[in-house]
Structures are given as structure tokens and as C-alpha cells.
Design a protein around this ligand. Structure first.
Ligand SMILES: Nc1ncnc2c1ncn2[C@@H]1O[C@H](COP(=O)(O)OP(=O)(O)OP(=O)(O)O)[C@@H](O)[C@H]1O
Ligand SMILES: [Mg+2]
Length: 328
């Protein structure tokens, strides 16, 4: 693994088996269906896709909160998949998750000071006095009043709670922070504050981010590169600026066309492309290209042949039989 790659995922598959409605019937939902990606040191890799496309499942597989069905995760030169809990412990500190919902992810019965201190207590990284000092420091770092650390989560606003979640994620000095829709539950004005805070922290602590969102508007400003997920697969990956300017996949193009803030500039307005229907059920995956039933440019080959995920231009990967904007 080259030195500038912090995390590499190869062919990650995660399936869930559930009982069907009929007696004895079982259905297998493949939430993540063969994802490969690299996260480079110091960068922010954004992952975008509609609700249900497998973003949270992928995030949990990468940080080993969920065992993968198959595939490998390498982190900092070590292979994590297959490690025991004990073998995983030193790596676990290095990779932290910030959760989607700041209301549900903080234990309501613990003070926010304890919530931030707990990872340090569990990992025995100092005396109680040292940990207390570090908690006050972390509160100040994320813009919270250290005097409030004896309060409970319900006494804080959504944005403040997400700051608490971020402080907790930083308590063990991780190198990778996987942020799973960290601002989706927040008001737009508060979103900007939290995104700015995360950008500042990245610079100060040399963090690497995997940043998940369902909206291309949110990840644009924070991402160096962006991967677009559809039904458990990454269908396009590239430098953020180029991907927003000239998307290759019709799905990316459609997602971009409906982000208001990307379309109200002086640039010629993109035609709004409506994709009909919802994300299909991962236990009933369409044949060929999984996007074909909703794709405006699908042809016969898309219904039968699954397109390979290939590097069409340097650093620009896509899985599509009819990539867009190539000549432009
Ligand atoms: N523990 C589980 N058991 C069974 N199915 C699951 C489980 N976790 C997730 N799934 C299924 O896997 C698919 C992907 O779910 P996931 O939560 O990863 O999507 P997501 O992209 O994070 O969605 P959202 O944007 O709504 O958070 C969904 O169809 C979901 O129902
Ligand atoms: Mg999710």
C-alpha cells in the first residue's frame, strides 16, 4: 500500500439475511455490493447517494463496527478484516465515527463531559484529572463552553450536540474520521458552522475524512474527491471539481441537476433531470446495470451486462455503458 493511502477497501460486500414473509422463506439484501476505494492521507473523500443505497453500512464496515461478508479493509498498512476484537483495539482508536443523528447517538443519561471522556477512560489514556483537563480542552476546541460539561445532551441544540459528538470522536487523536451525514439533521445555518468547524479541525489535527451525505450540495465544499453510490455500489468516483463540472454517470448528472445551490449561479442552468421511482430493494437487484430501470439513456446492453468500474480518464472512474460529457 503506497504511503499516501491511509485506508484501502477492496471488494467490500455486506449482505443481511432476513426472514421473508412466507414461512421458511429467507431473503438476502446486499447493502454493499463490491465497493473498492482508497482514502488518501489528509484528504476528504465524500460519499454521496440516496437514502438506502448503503452509505452507513459501508461506513460501519470500513471502521469494523460491522463484519464484512467478503472483501478486505487495509488501514495504515495493516489488514483489519479478520482481526479479533483484541487485535483490532489499537486500530480502533485511530478510526472514529461521527454519527448521522446527534439526537439519538448521545447517551441521554450521561453528562456530556462523561460522553466525551468515556473513550479515554475505556482506553485508559491517563489519570482522571488528565482526562478531565483534556475534555475541557476538547470542548473549547469544538466551540463549546467547558463550563457546560456537567449538563445532559437534552440541554443542547442539535448543532451543539453534533459538536459534542465531534469532540468525542477526537478524544483519542484519531487519524481517520468517518462522518456519516454529520449535518443532515441540522438547520442550514447550523450546517455551515459545523462544516466550517470540521474543516478547521482537519487542518489543525491533520485529519483524514470520509464524509458521507445524501446531497451533492453538502459534500461539494468539503470534499477533495467524491464517490457516488447507487444500490450498494460506487458508480462514479473522481476529483470533486471535475465531477461536479462534467459528471460521467447519468445518475450523477441527475443528482446534480436537482441541487438548487449548484444551479443558481450565472453558469448555464442544467436541465433538471428527473429520475423516476425509488432506489430499488437491495434484495431484488435489477439485472445488468442496477441503475437501468431509472436511467434516461439506458439501452438493451444496460439491461443484460453489468458495466465494469473503469478509469476512463486519469483519476476518473465510472461504471456505465454510456458515459456522459466525455467529448466536452
Ligand atoms: N442490520 C440490517 N439488517 C437488514 N438490513 C439492513 C441492516 N442495515 C441496513 N440494512 C439495509 O441495507 C440497505 C442500506 O442501508 P444503509 O443504512 O446503509 O443506507 P444509507 O445509504 O445509509 O441510507 P440513509 O441515507 O437513509 O442513512 C437498506 O436497504 C437497509 O434496509
Ligand atoms: Mg445512513
Amino acid at each position: 500500500m503506497s504511503d499516501d493511502v491511509l485506508l484501502r477497501a477492496t471488494d467490500i460486500v455486506k449482505s443481511f439475511t432476513s426472514r421473508g414473509k412466507k414461512l421458511g422463506a429467507r431473503s438476502v439484501a446486499t447493502a454493499v455490493n463490491g465497493v473498492s476505494l482508497e482514502v488518501r492521507r489528509g484528504e476528504t473523500l465524500g460519499i454521496v447517494g440516496e437514502s438506502g443505497c448503503g452509505k452507513s453500512t459501508l461506513a460501519r464496515c470500513l471502521v469494523q463496527l460491522l463484519p464484512v461478508t467478503s472483501g478486505t479493509v487495509e488501514f495504515n498498512g495493516a489488514t483489519l478484516t479478520g482481526l479479533s476484537r483484541r487485535q483490532m483495539r489499537p486500530h480502533r482508536r485511530e478510526m472514529q465515527l461521527v454519527f448521522q443523528d446527534p439526537y439519538a447517538s448521545l447517551n441521554p443519561r450521561r453528562t456530556v463531559g462523561d460522553i466525551v471522556a468515556d473513550p479515554m477512560r475505556i482506553n485508559k489514556v491517563g489519570t482522571e484529572a488528565e482526562i478531565g483537563e483534556r475534555v475541557r480542552e476538547l470542548f473549547a476546541t469544538v466551540g463549546l463552553d467547558p463550563a457546560s460539561l456537567r449538563r445532559y445532551p437534552h440541554e443542547f441544540s442539535g448543532g451543539q450536540r453534533q459538536r459534542i459528538g465531534i469532540a468525542r470522536s477526537l478524544s483519542l487523536n484519531p487519524s481517520l474520521v468517518v462522518a456519516d451525514e454529520p449535518v443532515s439533521a441540522l438547520d442550514v445555518s447550523v450546517q455551515a458552522q459545523v462544516l466550517n468547524l470540521m474543516a478547521d479541525l482537519q487542518e489543525t489535527f491533520k485529519l483524514t475524512y470520509l464524509f458521507i451525505a445524501h446531497d451533492l450540495g453538502v459534500v461539494r465544499h468539503v470534499s477533495d474527491r467524491v464517490g457516488v453510490m447507487y444500490l450498494g455500489e460506487i458508480v462514479e468516483l473522481g476529483e470533486a471539481e471535475v465531477l461536479y463540472e462534467k459528471p460521467l454517470h447519468p445518475y450523477t448528472e441527475a443528482l446534480l441537476s436537482v441541487v438548487p445551490e449548484l444551479n443558481d449561479t450565472d453558469a448555464p442552468r442544467r436541465e433538471r433531470i428527473l429520475i423516476s421511482g425509488d432506489v430499488p430493494d437491495p434484495s431484488d437487484r435489477p439485472t445488468g446495470c442496477a441503475f437501468h430501470p431509472r436511467c434516461p439513456v439506458a439501452t438493451a446492453v444496460c439491461r443484460t451486462d453489468k458495466p465494469a468500474f473503469v478509469e476512463l480518464r486519469t483519476g476518473r472512474f465510472v461504471a456505465c455503458h454510456h458515459p456522459r460529457n466525455l467529448d466536452a
